[in-house]
Write a protein that binds this ligand. Structure first.
Ligand SMILES: Nc1ncnc2c1ncn2[C@@H]1O[C@H](COP(=O)(O)OP(=O)(O)OP(=O)(O)O)[C@@H](O)[C@H]1O
Length: 606
């Protein structure tokens, strides 16, 4: 199944970023206890940091005093206190960083788990990756990278500053007010407001550019993953030059976007540095008020005056620094906005999907209940299809199949034939409820766990799984083997795959190769077939699952199905398939499809 190109969405920086971040809180804190614990520890470490910072801020003033008073005893005493204070400060900085990284880990785990829950629910991953061109780009990347960057920025850069700033600003504003009056505080606030306005303008482009860069990162990575997955096919086509060209094209888009992202970062970066450093000069300007305007400290001797000036400088600089930390945050928030918008878009899409599915699901349940009661009275058909009409989910108005009716009686097998592209596989998708249908009825007289769909392309999950895990897929109970070893030996012998035992050494141990890259297409089909037999379904839908094996093996495989009393519906082109089926449904086009009994005496002559 190809990956669909999805139209790029435009994200803007605005109140929605904060609103969406707020909406992500239940996901970020889905494990509330751990999330809150590390938030509190991070904030506590940050508070401790501020307190010790405050203490160390007064140390230079004391040094000035003791040096000017030439008091050696007090000088050394202060020296040892300062040494201890700075040791504590460094320890607290490290602790703050440690807790904020722990918080990042917890938030990321919560977010990823919540996203997985949505992504792997009601086939959303199939819809997003396979059929939904109205959907969203690179959902995988949103779960892997965007969620990572979002949690990291939030936990390590944003949260401690946002939570602490109001308190620190109040505290140092009071100190500044006491020494430099309303003028001093006013100057800092005006300085901050100018910073906010300039920042608001400068960071606006960062959100859309961060989102664009992320999309291109996803496309670039996907190109390489697809080359890795199809390396052999591509090499057979001698497609080196094409792959290089296509990979570089994809990187060129990423490069351009990264370039613009970095260019847009430049003015914000300049302003951030300017605002930080110019704050130092401003703190001297504030000293103007107590000394020149209010005429304070006239009765202080030079030692105490320099101590006072040093302490005041610390308060002013710290207050300015609190505000500049907030404006510095702006750049992080601009970038965070891109990730927030991409992750919330995935969440919204998932919720919309679950909502629409649950409505559909309800109708399905009602119709299936009605059908089952009806069927038990009227017939023992496993499947009844009446006047079925459907199109691809992306273009439901252009029907692939219209007005199709047939049924599958129990203990009878059906072969679906027809030209390539007529809609045979799509019919199975509709029966499997992967695709909706526009009109008609599908009565499924079997439970979901009784049916097995064997797809056209063999699938072996990656992770170097053991032979048993591959055969028991998609079972989660890896530690408690479900299938007896004798059954595995028997079925692998029947489908002529006994050599796999030697290949993997131990049935229960992980292998050192990937199954999909190693087995031949025919072997892959046979192993998938063995997996189906071991699953013991009541009814199997088999989509050209013997196309890569010879007719002898095909016969063996169908005899296995019959010996295990599995009802089956096959899709296929080969004439030889007819001998293993009771009915043939030939889909030729919307009006002339027919279903008829296969005359087996015809085959018996051979
Ligand atoms: N995800 C999709 N979105 C849009 N159209 C699709 C999608 N999947 C299949 N189609 C179209 O639906 C039609 C039927 O495809 P389908 O795979 O069911 O054919 P088929 O009869 O099984 O063909 P074959 O015998 O070659 O396997 C084709 O025209 C195909 O291009």
């Amino acid at each position: 199944m190809g990956r669909l190109q999805v139209a790029e969405k435009k994200f803007h920086f605005g109140y929605r970023v904060f609103y969406n971040l707020f909406r992500l809180f239940p996901l970020l804190y889905s494990n509330l206890e751990l999330g809150l614990l590390f938030t509190v520890l991070t904030v506590a470490a940050a508070v401790g940091n501020e307190i010790v910072n405050y203490k160390t801020g007064k140390i230079p003033g004391k040094f000035y005093l003791y040096l000017l008073e030439r008091d050696e005893g007090k000088f050394w005493h202060e020296f040892w206190i300062a040494s201890l204070a700075y040791l504590g400060l460094c320890l607290l900085y490290a602790t703050l960083t440690f807790f904020s990284w722990c918080l990042y880990l917890v938030l990321r785990r919560n977010l990823v788990r919540s996203l997985h829950k949505l992504y792997y629910s009601r086939n959303l991953y199939y819809k997003l990756n396979g059929i939904d061109n109205e959907g969203i780009d690179n959902p995988d990347q949103r779960i892997t990278q965007d969620a990572d960057k979002l949690s990291k920025l939030f936990a390590t850069n944003i949260l401690p500053v946002v939570l602490l700033s109001p308190f620190i600003i109040t505290y140092y504003s009071v100190h500044t007010w006491q020494t430099a009056g309303g003028w001093g505080v006013g100057m800092v606030v005006v300085y901050f407001l100018i910073g906010v306005v300039i920042n608001r303008i400068l960071i606006s482009p960062l959100t859309p550019w961060a989102a664009r860069v992320e999309k291109s990162e996803g496309d670039f990575r996907y190109k390489h993953v697809s080359v890795r997955d199809n390396a052999e096919e591509s090499a057979m086509y001698r497609a080196e030059k094409y792959e290089k060209f296509a990979s570089e094209e994809s990187f060129a888009v990423l490069f351009q976007r990264l370039k613009w992202f970095i260019i847009w970062k430049f003015p914000s970066q300049f302003f951030q540095y300017f605002f930080d450093y110019y704050g130092g000069v401003l703190s001297y300007a504030i000293q103007f008020f107590p000394i020149f305007v209010f005429g304070m400290y006239k009765n202080l001797d030079p030692g105490h005056l320099s101590q006072q000036i040093s302490n005041n400088a610390f308060y002013f600089i710290y207050l300015i620094n609190c505000f500049t930390r907030l404006t510095d945050l702006a750049m992080n928030i601009g970038e965070l906005g891109g990730y927030v918008m991409r992750v919330t878009e995935l969440v919204d899409h998932a919720k919309e999907h679950v909502y629409s599915e649950s409505n559909e699901g309800f109708t399905e349940v009602i119709s299936s209940l009605e059908t089952r009661t009806g069927l038990s009275k009227k017939s023992d058909n496993l499947l009844v299809v009446q006047d079925l009409c459907f199109g691809a989910p992306t273009q439901p108005q252009s029907l692939i199949i219209a007005g199709l009716s047939f049924n599958v009686p129990s203990n009878k097998s059906l072969l679906i034939t027809g030209p390539s592209g007529v809609g045979k596989t799509s019919l199975l998708r509709t029966i499997a409820k992967l695709w909706p249908h526009q009109a008609g009825k599908i009565d499924r007289n079997f439970a979901d766990e009784e049916v097995y769909f064997l797809p056209q392309r063999p699938y072996f999950p990656v992770g170097r799984l053991s032979l048993r895990q591959q055969l028991e897929f998609p079972s989660l109970e890896v530690d408690t083997p479900k299938i007896p070893i004798d059954s595995i030996i028997e079925i692998l012998k029947t489908v002529q795959l006994s050599h796999l035992f030697a290949m993997c050494g131990d049935v229960n141990q992980p292998v050192d190769f990937e199954w999909q890259d190693t087995l031949s297409p025919g072997e892959q089909q046979r192993l998938c077939f063995a997996r189906m037999i071991l699953a013991k379904p009541t009814l199997a839908f088999i989509d050209e699952a013997c196309s890569q094996v010879d007719e002898n093996l095909e016969q063996i495989m169908y005899h296995v199905l019959q010996n295990h009393n599995i009802n089956y519906v096959s899709v296929g082109h080969r004439q030889s398939l007819k001998r293993y089926h009771d009915f043939e449904l030939n889909i030729s086009n919307s009006t002339t499809s027919f279903c008829e009994e296969i005359r087996h005496e015809h085959f018996d002559q051979f």
